[in-house]
Write a protein that binds this ligand. Sequence first.
Ligand code: KG4
Ligand code: ZN
Length: 332
Amino acid sequence: MKILSIETSCDETSAAVTENGRKLLSVVTASQVDEHRLYGGVVPEIASRRHVEAITQVCDTALSEANVALAGVDAIAVTVGPGLIGALLVGVNFAKGVSTSTGLPLIPVHHVKAHVAANYLAHPDLTPPFLCLTASGGHTLVLNVSTYTDLQLIGTTIDDAAGEAFDKAARAMGFPYPGGVFIDSAAKDGDPDKYKLPIPHTSGEFDFSFSGLKTAVLNTINTAKQRGDTLDVPSLAASFRKTAVASLTAKLLEAARKLGSTTIVLSGGVAANELLRSKLSAECGSRGYRLYYPPLSLCGDNAAMVGAAGYFEYLAGNIGGANTDAFAELAI
Ligand code: KG4
Ligand code: ZN
């Protein structure tokens, strides 16, 4: 079964063609990041307008790169939420138009389920159940993935998302938006023990908190300025990365131990983090757990993951129609 899938929940206009949730035939992504960078973050109205301009071309190119005509596609999958509402509406309405004019079934997809499903494209042997950490600019979720379509929330952030904390700390250190990748690469040249940063306590056993860590970075920078000290940016990046990764790793491994999960999966933009990958590889190795994460190309927002998730939603009978809507917030 071939699916044309569409993702417009934030600042990437993306379309893909996938087969049976496991095979990626093409993915085309028009990123708006250079424009949003000028403002230090995503400007929702600009995002919506750029999606309107790009979506037809992005879908046409995805079909032609897969060597498939629209007549050769079996269904249309689209992200319906959570995300920026104006941005989501562009993809949802476009997909509904294609579905109405062709008669192809429309499959609504949850953005977080799509991030998890990126792993099905990359790892043919991966099947539920498993424990998944989805960490991005908007989410920090520990999920018990019991089937392809049933995911239970085990823990989440009580304030900032992990990616958001990376981006805010990066901005304070003078890196461009989105700064997660810049912290990751600057950290390689720094001393992770130079600056002592706190891992905030949360009352929820598997919950996270990142706003205190972000504030500690801001305080460190301000104190250095006031004292006239030179800030060691690579070491501050390394100290921040080490602390954020320690928090993510500790809660995830504790959840795995309590739930008896021996397969751990990472997804979302923060899954690209080198230290998170290497630290968890070592920790999982010593415990005899299996660890999976997507290739860098499938960590951030893309439509390939929407096609993978959409296939399993289709098999479960979760088909949309004329009343399919977009949702800024959407429970998993
Ligand atoms: O999944 P994604 O592309 O979009 C959302 O759904 O939010 O995630 C983007 C987030 C940004 O906060 C970005 O800074 C972060 O993922 N990110 C990273 C790295 N690469 C991207 N954070 C830490 N280390 C990285 N290497
Ligand atoms: Zn995302």
